[in-house]
Structures are given as C-alpha cells and as structure tokens.
Write a protein that binds this ligand. Structure first.
Ligand SMILES: [Zn+2]
Length: 319
C-alpha cells in the first residue's frame, strides 16, 4: 500500500507523504517545516494549504476537507484530524488494506486545533516522538494554571512575562489560553501572521498586538524562541521567560539553559496517549518513526506487531 524509494510513497501512485525532498505531488500533514518541503503540488486541508503558502510560497494545491474521500490512482485517500495544530491531518489509504500514516498528532484537548479522530486500520505508520514512559505530560488544567501563575506573578511585580513557543500552533494555543484569562498580548511578527490565518478559519483570540520597538505596557509577550530573540526583546527592560516544550520533562531542549522556566506543554502525544492511540486503532502491524526505538519493543510487549524505522528510507512495504 505504501512503498519507499527515499521517502514514503503511496504504492501505484505519484503521491508522496510528508517528503522532505521536493516532489511533484505530496501529502502535507501540517505545515511545520520538517513536514513541509517545497513541492510542486500538495494535498492538504485548507488551513494547512494556507499556512504552507505563508511559509513556503506559491504552490499548486488539491484541498480537501476532513473525511472527504479522494481517488488517487488505484487507491482512495481520506484526510482526518490529527489534533496537532489547526488543519493538521492524518491520511487513510484504502486499497487492498487500510493504512494510516499519522504525521504528528495529539490526543489532548486543544482550543485552536480540531479534536483528533482515530480510525481503525490494518497498518499504522505512527510518529512516536515521546515514546518513553518518562514522558507523561501534565493535564491541560495543570498547564493552564502554571502558565497563568507565571503571567500573574510577574505582572504583579512589574516584570514582563515572555512566553516562548513554536510560532505555528503552540504560540496560538498560548495566545488563546492567556488571552482567555483576560490578559493583553504583544506577539512577534511570526506568531502574529499565523494568528491572522487562524482567525480566517474561525479561531478567536482576545486582544493582541504586534510586538514593536516601543516595548510593552502590562502586556504578555508571546514569541518564537528562534531567530533574533535578543533584538526583539531589547525594548523590554525587566522580563522573565518561560519556554513551552515537551522536552521540559527531562530538560533536553537546546533552549532550556537560556530561559528562566519551562513547562511541559507539547503538541504531540505523550507516551500514554501513544499507547491509547494504538489500542483504539487496532492495527495488525505498526511502524514507528521519529522517536525512541524502544517504543516498538514496548508495543510488542503489549501484544502488537511493531517495528521501528529510523528513517523512512528503511520502510519497504508491499501490503
Ligand atoms: Zn509538527
């Protein structure tokens, strides 16, 4: 059903899946840059196409809604929600078997991404970034409380709270959470532009403005941790920073040493949600990618057939 030359390709078609190399036609699960190389034509949901064009420029696109079935060569493909960021999707490929490729996904509730759907399948190709038992993320309520406590405590002392989050997805989720508590926000350009796209698709935020050289007055800053951070924050005299990342669990983020605090807030499933996903999808074979190879062994000990692939190149399927 799926075959590999250098990346994943749907067998018997010219459709590739999240290829990191330029292709004529590629399914894009979401527009994080590690899943969205510059292609000639893409297959994706409307928000993903819009976000892709914002980040990668013009592209020909086949746009489909969740659960709209599309014939591609000898198979049918269906995109359905991954719960990772707005518009993020998994893909179901139906031919002789049912194959699901997840892309990045999350089971936890999100205010800015559609809830995940899990479909039963024969073959599952799943990302397992946090596939180790030490990754148990706090509940959403715990994350919201901690974030609001950080914001409130610093504002009370006249210190500007600065929240670092990936500019697509997590930054908008942080905007939504903090904005819904009634705080005003100043966000950097990359976060701002993507928030405007989210609004086009019906996500509503509280008051927010673009972070400028004039500095801030009682606002909460939300910024990507990448790029010219020091320049961006220069106009702010007293500040304290928090970084939102799943790697906060073990302090393994490259940015951890550069921030005052970190909260284990991720757009990925934690270990326990990865297991939950597999139990609900009931696949007869699982290929795990993007995470620790031990996760496939854990799945085998739970009674599943599973194998880890370090890169897509190693995956050769003919089902
Ligand atoms: Zn992602």
């Amino acid at each position: 059903m799926v075959e590999i030359a250098r990346d994943l390709r749907v067998k018997g078609t010219d459709l590739w899946l999240d290829s990191r190399r330029r292709k004529d036609f590629c399914f894009i699960s979401h527009s994080h840059l590690d899943h969205a190389a510059k292609h000639k034509k893409i297959l994706a949901t409307a928000p993903t196409v819009e976000l892709y064009r914002h980040r990668r420029g013009r592209v020909e696109a086949v746009t489909v809604a969740f659960n709209e079935r599309l014939g591609v060569g000898e198979v049918a493909v269906t995109l359905f929600s991954a719960g990772h960021v707005l518009g993020s999707s998994q893909i179901l490929i139906e031919g002789r078997t049912r194959t699901v490729y997840t892309g990045d996904f999350k089971l936890r509730q999100s205010e800015t991404a559609e809830p995940i759907e899990i479909k039963q399948c024969d073959l599952l190709i799943m990302e397992c970034t946090y596939g180790h038992p030490r990754y148990r993320f706090p509940t959403r309520d715990e994350i919201c409380d901690r974030l609001e406590g950080f914001v409130r405590g610093n504002l009370r002392r006249g210190v500007t709270p600065v929240v670092f989050a990936y500019s697509l997805g997590k930054a908008q989720e942080a905007m939504k959470i903090i904005g819904d508590y009634g705080y005003e926000l100043a966000v950097d350009r990359s976060v701002y532009d993507i928030a405007r796209i989210y609004e086009q698709f019906g996500v509503e935020f509280g008051p927010y403005a673009l972070l400028t050289d004039d500095g801030v007055r009682g606002q909460v800053v939300i910024s990507t941790p990448f790029g010219r951070v020091r320049d961006r924050l220069k106009p702010i005299r007293r500040l304290r920073t928090v970084f939102l990342t799943g790697w906060a669990i073990d302090g393994r983020s490259e940015f951890m040493s550069a921030v005052d605090e970190a909260i284990a807030f991720s757009d990925h499933a934690d270990f326990y949600d990865l297991l939950e996903y597999v139990k609900r999808a009931k696949p007869s074979m699982i290929y795990t990618t993007h995470g620790p190879k031990e996760f496939a062994g854990i799945l085998r000990s739970e009674g599943f057939q599973a194998e880890h692939v370090v890169s897509h190149q190693q995956l050769r399927l003919d089902l």
